[in-house]
Design a protein around this ligand. Structure first.
Ligand SMILES: Cc1cc2nc3c(=O)[nH]c(=O)nc-3n(C[C@H](O)[C@H](O)[C@H](O)COP(=O)(O)O)c2cc1C
Length: 217
């Protein structure tokens, strides 16, 4: 498939069941964005490690600065681990963690620079330069891992799963609880599972339109 916009502009996508301006089918756009909701309640159906790994193996191809790929995943599955995580969630989020078949703690690896010789061989010398710059590393790790978190949420939807991202948590406490040895920095918890209907009782809220969210110069 080409992503050349001059080619795409010349095609009548609606003739292929595609929305205006889209290179994917309308039902794909619905699955990923228009119909997908942030899930708060899940069915008891399990989500296998293989399925989560398959989603990661897809979304790892999304772009990050210098191809640093700093997102790390903690898969929280057992009842004991779920209790450990729930204890550090804000009150309204605790039951959501306990009620999901699996939760992912999305974290940023501030030691990402050690992989630079493999991930960005043309910039291999940067690994040594960043060794003495922990603040710069943390900033880069957080920004790029958050970008990857967005890819992951959409990737979960592409795999037919529902996601419930939650930032209401004591991130420092989660880091002490789970990442004391590897120094990862927790960013977001995402509950993952299957839903009946939309997985939420909340009505869909408006989004800002393009005219409100953009400027052209
Ligand atoms: C970064 C981030 C943090 C969020 N934190 C929470 C949270 O702490 N608790 C919660 O119930 N929902 C949380 N949400 C869910 C949002 O409120 C929800 O995605 C948004 O209202 C859109 O809902 P919709 O996808 O159903 O339209 C969070 C979502 C994101 C992306």
């Amino acid at each position: 498939m080409t992503t050349d916009t001059t080619v795409l502009d010349g095609l009548d996508f609606t003739a292929f069941g595609r929305g205006p301006g889209l290179a994917v089918a309308d039902d794909v756009a619905d699955l990923l964005f228009r119909e997908a909701r942030t899930a708060a309640a899940f069915t008891p159906d399990e989500v296998s490690d293989e399925r989560i790994a398959a989603v990661y193996d897809l979304v790892k191809w999304g772009p990050t600065a210098l191809n640093t790929v700093p997102l790390r995943l903690l898969v929280v599955r057992t009842p004991e681990a779920r209790q450990r995580l729930a204890a550090h969630m804000s009150e309204g989020n605790r039951e959501r963690v306990l009620g999901a078949p699996v939760s992912l703690v999305l974290a940023a690896d501030t030691g990402f620079h050690t992989h630079i010789p493999t991930l960005a061989p043309h910039m291999a010398a940067l690994a040594d330069a960043l060794e003495g710059q922990p603040e710069q590393r943390e900033s880069m790790a957080r920004t790029n891992a958050l970008i990857q978190a967005g890819y992951l949420i959409v990737g979960l939807r592409a795999a037919g799963l529902a996601a419930g991202p939650m930032g209401g948590m004591d991130a420092d406490a989660i880091d002490q609880e789970f990442f004391a040895e590897n120094g990862w920095k927790s960013l977001l918890v995402v509950n993952v599972g299957h839903v009946e209907g939309t997985g939420t009782h909340r009505a869909r809220a408006e989004r800002l339109g393009y005219a409100q969210a953009s400027l052209t110069v």
